[in-house]
Design a protein around this ligand. Structure first.
Ligand SMILES: Cc1cc2nc3c(=O)[nH]c(=O)nc-3n(C[C@H](O)[C@H](O)[C@H](O)COP(=O)(O)O)c2cc1C
Length: 365
């Protein structure tokens, strides 16, 4: 069977291999998966309790943050009115993230969720970074359930095509403001010409990654092809989240090997970028762990603000993950030696199934 034909069949929902017909499921409504999602992506019902109960709830909110490949590379230690966050290096992705930049950016995302959730529990979070670990100490304040807090269980990375609608100027300003932080700057793009140029870097980065067998293998290792597999691991990239059909693992592997090509991925990104209202780059002043964490915090705030405004967003990090392309992209942005940490597109799009998270007890040490 020719590859094109194979892909068409996969999209149609059935596939014939060796005379047998297999069904691919485009309907990701799976009861068990939905139940787990509803448990995970919910607000607390109680905003007071013992120190341990409150800290545990804050850790739960932290785990709802974005994180690279959904490896959930974090460990939390609960203290008396404090939480320490450290990397779980057993969940690092050495190919796409050789210097652990994304691990620390993910810890930054988790930290930012804690900051906003804490207010709802009447706590102000004071964040510091010491010895590659994040320390969050809390002091009492009056309870405040902010719109960014309300957005925590609604946020998701929406990795599909959007509707092409523009975002109003005042909302773009709110978005830009939300990402501001000392040591981090942003560049926001909405012009068609700029979006097309960014797309060129995206395609270049994506092509480099798709030609790298180790990258593709690492990515595939984190893909969960069906709800049972997704629930079993409660981590990784569940195919339905990105709008792909679900299938038995062996079939998913087979289809992945056939259909996941440089061209198909580049075509997908072209469509996705051209359907987006804009893109934003997060740039740190110094290339240090402290700044990678700050970049993660800045992105997470942006993501919560975007969610509060009814916007969707997704990472398009290829231009900043491939070192050569990162240098060229830095020239385009005119940022000299500074590092672009993260690149994100945004716009209006559909709600997709959410990603799973591991139980809170598994990430507390
Ligand atoms: C540092 C970092 C890097 C990421 N890189 C990418 C990326 O290159 N492409 C992508 O589609 N998603 C990327 N993501 C998004 C994750 O895949 C996503 O957060 C994770 O799967 C969990 O899904 P959720 O955010 O919708 O809960 C990244 C997230 C973080 C924090």
């Amino acid at each position: 069977m020719k590859r094109r034909k194979f892909i068409t069949l996969a999209g149609a929902g059935t596939i014939v291999i060796g005379g047998s017909v297999y069904f691919l499921n485009n309907n990701y409504q799976n009861n068990k998966y939905e139940d787990r999602i509803n448990e995970i992506w919910s607000h607390s019902t109680k905003f007071s309790g013992s120190n341990n109960e409150v800290m545990k709830e804050l850790v739960r909110y932290a785990t709802l943050a974005a994180n690279s490949h959904n490896t959930q590379p974090w460990l939390f230690k609960i203290g008396n009115r404090s939480i320490s966050i450290s990397p779980d290096f057993s969940r690092r992705c050495p190919v796409v993230d050789p210097d652990d930049h994304h691990v620390y950016a993910s810890l930054g995302c988790a930290t930012e969720n804690i900051v906003h959730a804490a207010k709802a529990f009447g706590l102000k979070a004071n964040v510091s970074v010491q010895n590659k670990m994040i320390e969050v100490d809390f002091e009492p304040i009056s309870i405040k359930k902010t719109e960014l807090f309300q957005a925590i269980p609604k946020r998701q990375c929406t990795k599909v095509t959007y509707d092409g609608k523009k975002v109003a100027g005042n909302e773009l300003k709110i978005l830009e403001m939300s990402a501001q932080d000392e040591g981090i700057s942003t560049q926001l793009f909405t012009d068609k010409k700029d979006m097309e140029t960014i797309l060129e870097y995206l395609v270049e980065g994506n092509s480099a990654q798709m030609r790298d067998k180790a990258f593709v293998k690492e990515l595939k290792d984190w893909i969960r092809f069906n709800p049972s597999e997704a629930i079993k691991y409660s981590d990784g990239l569940y195919s339905a989240v990105s709008g792909n059909p679900t299938s038995p693992s062996w079939l998913g592997n087979f289809i992945f090997n056939m259909a996941f090509t440089e061209k198909s991925e580049n075509d997908k990104y072209m469509e996705q970028m051209r359907s987006s209202a804009g893109a934003i780059a997060f740039i740190s002043e110094q290339d240090t762990i402290e700044h990678w964490i700050k970049a993660g915090r800045s992105y997470q705030r942006f993501a919560l603000q975007a969610t509060a405004l009814g916007l969707k967003h997704a990472f398009i990090n290829q231009p900043v993950e491939v070192p050569q392309v990162r240098a060229q992209f830095a020239d385009y942005l005119g940022i000299g030696e500074r590092r672009t940490d993260l690149l994100v597109r945004f716009g209006y799009g559909p709600e997709m199934p959410k990603s799973l998270r591991r139980p809170v007890n598994e990430v507390i040490i």
